[in-house]
Design a protein around this ligand. Structure first.
Ligand SMILES: Cc1cc2nc3c(=O)[nH]c(=O)nc-3n(C[C@H](O)[C@H](O)[C@H](O)COP(=O)(O)OP(=O)(O)OC[C@H]3O[C@@H](n4cnc5c(N)ncnc54)[C@H](O)[C@@H]3O)c2cc1C
Length: 508
């Protein structure tokens, strides 16, 4: 934390300072403006204007809709059994969640966008991740806002623009300005236009700067993930975790399994900071994934996207061991090569954002990536193995065993879905290295649904609020569509709390 002594003069003043312009920051700005149209608001965002929107912009835009608060509580209690969250928190989450849909619908219609049930890009109208915990009772449906991609984010941003909330871009928050004894927050230091600026926040500061997906150091230290890449924004580098630790906040959920959103099969172009996501809607199945020894290690096509890449092992839902088996290669044949893009197009930073550093477009037939050497090609499986550093005899035996399982119509060893047992028989053959890829992280400061941040003695830190995936209440397993809706709920809750603060008078 920085103390008031660090401030010679305030560079600017507002009532509520909102740090981060993703889903939570946008929801906070909208709610603050609607609750008190006279409140002076300021959003500070680390990314340049063209790269604004955080993970929200490149997410699947899938929103959890529930109409049954009791069932939702039961479901979340069961999903959090390994790291329970307080009953009051579940109560608040469930009651606000069942009341959220009209607000989302209004956000869409107020700016001329279409709100619909379903995901907008698949035929599924609901994803029930953990049925044995009560998903069917808790989840009414999945919803989204068009267009695909980015519809939910675009509608939220249009609502913020409509309210005329000022935004500083390329303006990361770097520290909070606090009373070192009471921890009360007076404002924050922001880097903007080559200067460090002291921004006074007369009512409060809302931290909505996302997680630490793009911090390799935090990924190693908080989850032991040595080689993961983000699927979302490269700007979420854990600034909020560092700043809130310095601010005296109690941290939680730093070690969620797979950081809760799961560890997915990514494809990383070394020229980029973020990762592509292997296409889970690829219509061809003449492919397998093999581990560092050249052996298959799971049922690759078992729709693991429906459980955020968790699988059952020893009776528990755990991460698919893509990170443990690393380096993993996807081995495929010419039929799959021709079947379509290997990577997803409807989400991820690489696919959605026109970012010259991170958004090189993947070719329709994967030919450009073969040309670039990202996908390795060979006439035989032996040759392919040698090219990617695997034992040719092991890989040949593994592909033969897989093809035999296809012939038999059953994959005894790994339980791969039988309708996806398509043999790898049409040369040439290909290999692409898979990178464990992270959707999001949930760790951050302990808080309530009104965004109040707690210190190590469980006291709310005056005038400090937090929202979104930074400090998410999700502590273990994750239900599709909960992160965006939690960001909306906590962004709005934090905004109402901050606006309700009595503005500090004087110059401190
Ligand atoms: C590929 C992918 C698919 C997903 N699909 C879904 C889905 O379908 N449904 C769902 O519910 N969730 C989904 N998620 C998760 C969801 O997108 C995030 O949890 C959600 O966007 C969190 O909102 P947020 O506002 O907290 O963070 P973000 O939306 O990431 O926004 C954080 C913002 O803070 C900015 N920032 C970072 N550091 C600073 C700083 N120091 N100062 C100022 N600004 C800063 C960032 O640039 C960013 O704009 C997905 C995520 C990914 C990556």
């Amino acid at each position: 934390m920085a103390s008031l002594d660090s401030v010679q003069k305030w560079d600017t003043e507002c009532d509520v300072l909102i740090c981060g312009f993703g889903c939570a920051g946008a929801a906070a700005a909208i709610e603050a403006a609607d609750t008190d149209p006279g409140a002076r608001l300021l959003i500070v965002e680390k990314a340049p204007a063209e790269f604004v929107g955080g993970n929200a912009r490149v997410s699947g835009q899938s929103l959890l809709i529930s109409k049954n608060a009791e069932a939702l509580k039961t479901y979340h209690r069961a999903m959090s059994a390994n790291n329970p969250v307080a009953e009051e928190l579940l109560e608040e989450w469930a009651s606000r969640m069942v009341a959220l849909e009209p607000w989302i619908e209004k956000m869409a219609t107020d700016v001329g966008s279409e709100y619909l049930h379903g995901t907008g890009w698949s035929t599924r109208d609901v994803v029930l991740e953990f049925p044995e915990f009560g998903a069917a009772e808790a989840v009414q449906h999945t919803a989204t806002i068009l267009p695909v991609p980015s519809g939910v984010w675009l509608a939220l941003k249009a609502n913020v623009d409509k309210r005329g909330v000022p935004v500083w871009y390329e303006a990361p928050v770097v520290d909070l300005i606090q009373d070192p004894d009471t921890l009360e927050v007076f404002g924050a230091w922001i880097e903007h236009q080559g200067k460090r600026k002291a921004v006074r926040a007369a009512r409060g500061v809302i931290m909505a700067v996302g997680g630490y997906e793009a911090s390799p150091d935090m990924q190693r230290n908080y989850y032991g993930l040595g080689n993961v890449k983000p699927l979302g924004t490269p700007y979420n580098t854990g600034d909020g975790v560092r700043i809130l630790q310095k601010a005296g906040a109690s941290m939680w959920h730093m070690r969620n399994p797979g950081q809760s959103g799961g560890i997915w099969p990514g494809i990383h172009d070394p020229r980029q900071q973020t990762s592509y996501l292997r296409n889970f809607m690829l219509p061809s199945f003449s492919w397998v994934d093999v581990n560092s020894e050249g052996r298959r290690f799971y049922g690759e096509t078992n729709e693991l996207q429906l459980t955020h890449y968790k699988m059952k092992s020893n009776g528990r839902w755990v991460d698919v061991p893509l990170h443990v088996a690393d380096p993993v290669h996807m081995i495929f044949d010419e039929t799959t090569r021709q079947a379509g893009r290997l990577v997803m197009q409807v989400m991820t930073w690489s696919a959605v954002v026109n970012d010259p550093l991170n958004g090189r477009e993947w070719s329709e037939d994967n030919a450009a990536e073969i040309e670039a050497g990202l996908v390795v090609k060979a006439g035989t499986i032996e040759e392919l193995a040698a090219k990617v550093g695997l034992d040719p005899a092991v890989l040949v035996a593994e592909i033969q065993a897989y093809n035999a399982a296809c012939e038999a119509g059953v994959d005894d060893e790994h339980g791969r879905r039988s309708d996806t047992l398509q043999p790898i028989v049409t040369g040439p053959y290909y290999a692409v290295r898979l990178t464990p890829a992270i959707v999001c992280t949930g760790g951050g400061a302990k808080r309530d649904m009104d965004g109040r941040v707690y210190d190590h003695d469980d006291r709310a830190i005056p005038r400090l609020f937090e929202a979104g995936e930074l400090g998410s209440f999700i502590s273990d397993l994750y239900q599709n569509g909960s992160y965006l809706t939690e960001a909306m709920i906590t962004g709005r809750g934090a905004a109402r709390s901050a606006v309700a603060e009595i503005p500090r008078s004087g110059s401190e």
